[in-house]
Structure formats: structure tokens, C-alpha cells
Design a protein around this ligand. Structure first.
Ligand SMILES: *[C@@H]1O[C@H](CO)[C@@H](O)[C@H](O)[C@H]1NC(C)=O
Length: 431
């Protein structure tokens, strides 16, 4: 890590920088945008310095290149069993978790998916080739669990694999059984599939993931499709028409270095995300104990800003006040769920001091001042770096202090503790 905060300035002058070379998918999006513009349909997040399809592609044109299940218009929110429990799951735990998501108030804030990760099924299929819930841990079956979760107003997710076995090696993968598995999931009332990539027989995910995508579309039930091939074949360039989200990184671990590394790898692909199709830097570790409160605040703030899935990964049955204070911050969640759906990016970096920003609806801008260094420091975001005209006057809402600074000119600065961040929504005043 760099140590001199004032000397080296890597400039990221606009949202259009730091992006991989255009892929076919992207050129199609651009073409759609241009034709829509010529036909008079262009609308805008204009003036924010974002590239066309990030801010102003008309939804109807954009949607043609997306998986047509209508899901994920904003990033998915919910809970997943893996980060805290790994294979130690059972139906009692999942029901108690659903109860806790409601009683803690998290459900009312938008956390709706209750997702089983690996290890919920028996190693062997039944004589008809169907997956079978593990008798020892899910004796009532997945349909009964889905009914319970639905009864709480929540949705149920399951996990499978694009290969022959899941990563735990204790469950069958869906390879060769995609249609049957999709029908089974639909008949159980499953709302979400996380699809992993272990034991994949060497075939490219570009070949295997579309098979399940199609099977889910034909299953008769809208099922959110979450691709997980760990970013290995640059899924941002091919997955938007196949899934609702795709992992851009390997598995997150509950520590600072893993978290910032995933944030940076995910940032490369910002321009490919949009409503219905999101980059996924992996699930939240907030509340699992491996980072400080300020590190978890940074983790949650950045995930919200970059329109990452907000999937809680701790034990919500015993969630503490501090953790709940982070995950239940309505104002931060509102940035993640903003209808414009533009992924915020790292726009400026002074050594370990970083400015991340992205446009929101109503010409607003979300900004995170992030201190990744080891000492307290002042960080400044200049309007020209975050897509505002230099003369713009804004009201700045501090999303963690819940205070508004009125009439802020040209820049916003704050003293930020080590590994901490400040997060704002800037609202231009009418001139
Ligand atoms: C269910 O899983 C939880 C979490 O791993 C564990 O504490 C509990 O003992 C398990 N219950 C049963 C009945 O296996």
C-alpha cells in the first residue's frame, strides 16, 4: 500500500475511465442508445459525466439485451447462509433466520431473499433424477420451507452448481439436469438460484450458464438468477443477457484486505451494470467479527454505492445493535436501491485516500470519502471529479451522521479516521 498520501495522484478524471475495452455486449447497448436517441427517446442523467448507457439508456432498449424475467431492477437484498454457517445449516436455522429478518426490522427495509447456500441436498438424486433435500437437516423439505418463508412475506433462494457436484462435494450439480432442476425449484416455490461453478468438466461457463438461464425462464416461475463463476471469464461482458447478477471476484473473507481487494476488482466492471443486471463482489461480512466497526461501515457504504447485492452474511438471530445500526441505515440503502441503477466508481485516489462517487436520480450524486491508510486524514471530493459543474451549489446529506450541510460550494472535505469513510448524497440547489 502507498504510504505518502499527498504525493502521488492517480487521476480518474471521469466516470468513463478505468473501464475494460468495449465488448460486443457493450457495443450493442451503445447502438441501442444511439438509435433511441435518434428516435427522440433519449433521457438522462446528463451532465454527470457518465457514459451514455450508464446513465441515459432508455429502459425499453436496454431491456432487450437483458434476461427477460423482470427481476433485479434494483440490486437484490436479503441474507445468505454461507459466510457465517458454511455447511452447518438446517431448516430450524433458516426458519429462525426468517423470523429474525422480520422482527429486527430488516425485512421492512428491503431485505427479502432468504438464501440457502451449499449443503442443503443429499449427494444422490432420487430414481427420477430429482434433487432431494437432505433428510437429516431439511426433513420437511424445501417446499415446506418456502411456504414458511413466503408466509413471512419473504422469498426463498437455493444454490446449485453448473457442474456435476457442488463445491462442498456433498450435493449434485445441475449439469445435464438443468430443465428438471429448474422445474423442481419452481414447483417448490423457490425465488432465487445462486449457480456456482465447481466440478465443471472444463466447459466454459459461457456455454453452461445459458442452459440454466433458459431452463429457469421456462420453469413457469420468475426465479432470480445469480451467476457465480468468480469473475474468471469476465462475466460482465456476457452475463447481462443470462443472469440478474454475476460474481466479479473470488469468495470474500471476513477481513479488510479481502474486502478492499474485492471492491477494486469489482470496480473495473462498473460500466456493465444496470437495472436487471448487476456486478457482484460477493456477500456482506458485516457482523461476522473479522473487521472493526469502521471497516464494516466502509464495506457496507461501498457495496451500497457500487450497486452490489446487499446479502447479509451474519447470524441475524443474534445480531447486535452496532451491526444492525450499519445494515439498517435507510439512507445508505436508498443509494443502493436508487432507480437510476448506475454503479458508483472510484473516481480519485491520493495514495490511500480515495473518492468514490456515482450519479443518482433527480440529478443527485452519492459520494464516499474513504481512508484506506493507517492514519487519520482529510479527504476532499471536488465537484469536477464527481460529475458536478464547478459552480453547482449543493446541500450535502451526511448519511451516517444524519445531518445536512447547506449550500456547499465547489468541494466537500472531511477528516476521516483510518479505515473509515464518510458518505453523502449531494443534492443540487435550484439556481
Ligand atoms: C441447526 O443449525 C444451527 C446453526 O449451525 C445449529 O446451531 C443447530 O444446533 C442446528 N440444529 C439442529 C436441530 O441440527
Amino acid at each position: 500500500m502507498a504510504t505518502n498520501c499527498s504525493a502521488s495522484t492517480m487521476a480518474f478524471p471521469s466516470y468513463s475511465r478505468l473501464r475494460p475495452a468495449p465488448a460486443l455486449h457493450k457495443r450493442l447497448l451503445l447502438a441501442a442508445w444511439l438509435s433511441a436517441l435518434l428516435l427522440g427517446g433519449g433521457s438522462s442523467a446528463a451532465g454527470l459525466g457518465v457514459s451514455p448507457h450508464e446513465g441515459s439508456i432508455p429502459p425499453s432498449s436496454y431491456r432487450r439485451f437483458l434476461l427477460s424475467n423482470g427481476l433485479g431492477r434494483t440490486p437484490q437484498m436479503g441474507w445468505n447462509s454461507w459466510n457465517h454457517f458454511q455447511c452447518n445449516i438446517n431448516e430450524t436455522l433458516i426458519k429462525q433466520t426468517a423470523d429474525a429478518i422480520v422482527s429486527s426490522g430488516l425485512a421492512a427495509l428491503g431485505y427479502q431473499y432468504v438464501n440457502l447456500d451449499d449443503c442443503w441436498a443429499e449427494l444422490n438424486r432420487d430414481s427420477q433424477g430429482n434433487m432431494v433435500p437432505k433428510a437429516a437437516t431439511f426433513p420437511s423439505g424445501i417446499k415446506a420451507l418456502a411456504d414458511y418463508v413466503h408466509g413471512k412475506g419473504l422469498k426463498l433462494g437455493v444454490y446449485s452448481d453448473a457442474g456435476t457436484r457442488t463445491c462442498s462435494q456433498t450435493m449434485p450439480g445441475s449439469l445435464g439436469h438443468e430443465e428438471g432442476d429448474a422445474r423442481t425449484f419452481a414447483s417448490w416455490g423457490v425465488d432465487y438460484l445462486k449457480y456456482d461453478n465447481c466440478e465443471n468438466t472444463g466447459t466454459s461457463p459461457k456455454k453452461r450458464y445459458p442452459v440454466m438461464s433458459k431452463a429457469l425462464l421456462n420453469s413457469g416461475r420468475p426465479i432470480f438468477f445469480s451467476l457465480c463463476e468468480w469473475g474468471q471469464e469476465d462475466p460482465a461482458t456476457w452475463a447481462p443477457s443470462i443472469g440478474n447478477s454475476w460474481r466479479t471476484t473470488g469468495d470474500i473473507q471476513d477481513n479488510w484486505n479481502s474486502m478492499i481487494s474485492n471492491a477494486d476488482q469489482n470496480d473495473r466492471w462498473a460500466s456493465y451494470a444496470g437495472p436487471g443486471a448487476w456486478n457482484d463482489p460477493d456477500m456482506l461480512e458485516v457482523g461476522n467479527g473479522g473487521m472493526t466497526t469502521e471497516e464494516y461501515r466502509s464495506h457496507f457504504s461501498i457495496w451500497a454505492l457500487v450497486k452490489a447485492p446487499l446479502l447479509i452474511g451474519c447470524d441475524v438471530r443474534s445480531i447486535d445493535k452496532v451491526t444492525l445500526g450499519l445494515l439498517a441505515n435507510k439512507e445508505v440503502i436508498s443509494v443502493n436501491q436508487d432507480k437510476l441503477g448506475v454503479q458508483g466508481k472510484k473516481v480519485k485516489k491520493y495514495g490511500d485516500l480515495e473518492v468514490w462517487a456515482g450519479p443518482l436520480t433527480a440529478s443527485r450524486v452519492a459520494v464516499v470519502l474513504w481512508n484506506r491508510g493507517s492514519s487519520r486524514a482529510t479527504i476532499t471530493a471536488y465537484w469536477t471529479d464527481i460529475g458536478l459543474k464547478p459552480w453547482t451549489v449543493v446541500d450535502a446529506r451526511d448519511l451516517w451522521a444524519h445531518r445536512t450541510l447547506l449550500s456547499v460550494h465547489r468541494q466537500i472535505s472531511a477528516m476521516v479516521d483510518t479505515h473509515a469513510c464518510k458518505m453523502y448524497i449531494l443534492t443540487p440547489r435550484i439556481r
